[in-house]
Design a protein around this ligand. Sequence first.
Ligand code: GCB
Length: 627
Amino acid sequence: MLYPRESETREVRSLDGIWNFVRSDQANPTQGVREEWYSKDLSKSGPTIPMPVPASYNDITTDNLRDHVGTVWYDRKFFAPRSWAVDQRVWLRFGSVHYEAYVWVNGQKVVKHEIGHLPFEAEVTHLLKYGAENRVTVMCDNALIQTTVPQGRITELPNDEGMTIVQSYTFDFFNYAGIHRSVHLYTTPKTFIEEVVVTTNLSKDNVGGEVLYSVKFNGSAINEADNALYVRAQLYDREGKLVANGTSDAQLSGSLQVDNVNPWWPYLMHPEPGYLYQLEVKLHASNDELLDVYRLKVGLRTLSWSNATFQINGRPVYFRGFGRHEDADVRGKGLDNALMVRDFNLLKWIGANAYRTSHYPYSEESMQFADEHGIMIVDECPSVDAENYNQELLGKHKSSLEQLIHRDRNHPSVVMWSIANEPRTREMNADSYFQLVANLTRSLDKTRPITAAIATPWTDDKAGRFLDIISFNRYNAWYSNTGRLDMVTKKVVEEAVAWNKKYNKPVIMAEYGADTLEGLHLQPAYVWSEEFQTEVFARHFKAFDILRKKGWFIGEFVWNFADFKTAQSYTRVGGNKKGVFTRARQPKASAHLLRKRYFALARELDDSSFPEDLFTYIADMGKTENA
Ligand code: GCB
């Protein structure tokens, strides 16, 4: 699915803003459908409140909307310009609605989509009134059950008024819901470019490059005799200079050769990271009439992996990064450009070169940003804590990967697929289940390796053999041997070695960390203090340096980039506090230590230089300059 972009043949309009909102009666979740609330303005069915889009609805009001379970409704009006009535098609696209969405336009049902964090769209050409006002209505359901991805449970429990519905889940982040990402209306010509798939190759010396593209169109050919559409592809460099062009074959595929290529490199691995070309794809009828134009950014890079290494453009990569969340005060999981740009500034400040989109696909805008900044992404589907494996769950889990790969396959920043976080891989059926999920992923994309973040002890795990890279999550000195800083280094080394011995594959530590209350200082280090988090990190660094010498240990990811909201629990003080940054995106003490490590690794492994402010002046240390 292509990101909506303007071109000489396409227009894009945002429907973001303030929508009208109604929460259903929890005890009567289907009332709105039975009473056909979508057939007229929501305000005609009852009082509405204003609700921002994009945003989670949970933390906007001051009442208990936060804990609402079940359906809510949104609607808004918009104009469709008269000019759109002729010779075009119009599409309504949602970047993400969590968890399940039903959409109507002018009272007509247009699309239903299940699984949050992924885009969906529908053609609305025939439903719109042109040069007039239209209405879009959305019903969104946040209920998670044993066959949703991720899974949850709904139970009825007695409360002070009688009975009430309660949502529970095992995963450790708040189940924010609503219209989380932008809503767009966009136009295409009648016959248009529906899909573009790009893969790239580099010569051994990284001097010659190749862009392979394959295009799918949608729509009828222009006239009866015209079944021979073709594509003209042109590649421009950063300065807008044309560097390659060509014409497709009859299947609308082709390749472009680039001399003296600027490869896509990760941040700090090259002085010019994140180099992107622009690929211009023009769909033509056989009489040369121009039908549609779509432009996308392309990074030229190769990935390769073995049982010991992971390489980009032929050079070994050591991942230094984070597990993250899309999470912020007030807006929850709603797309927020200010937050996104701040986060990338922090990632670069701290010297990270990668993050995992734990535990679901992140916004398309952030994927584009990662491309531009050279941040590598381990792209995770929304399967968290999978258990009680069943056919329906498998179907949806596969569908989430299919949708994710369709959405993200052209991003150079995406270097690995993560097919699950902490699935219960010792359970019966875990092996056949993950074999099927891994096989599907590989069949959809052979150019990237597959991983999953596993917390099951290596002795019991049944999924690792289907992966290319083993990622494990472990909280030494936190969940096990709480407070024992002397029980970290050896345990991490032993566990990583055991995973490698069992599967003979590269190993990443995908999560480690400690909850830390900003401003709490205790010396000697004591759990929850800034001193403790810093010490926990240092003990892990020591383990990682022992492991790096073994040749197959390829990365370290701290849990978590920033503090984030969780369900209420006595183990969580206002949420999960394992952030290196606070929820307001300010550094804790550990951030300064981590920054020194990440830049030290970048210097050792990739020859990059230190930022001037990395080390604070303490004393002359015997290195007086003759000034
Ligand atoms: C984990 C999970 C992550 C949690 C984290 C924690 O293993 O993958 O979602 O937030 O532990 O802090 O407990």
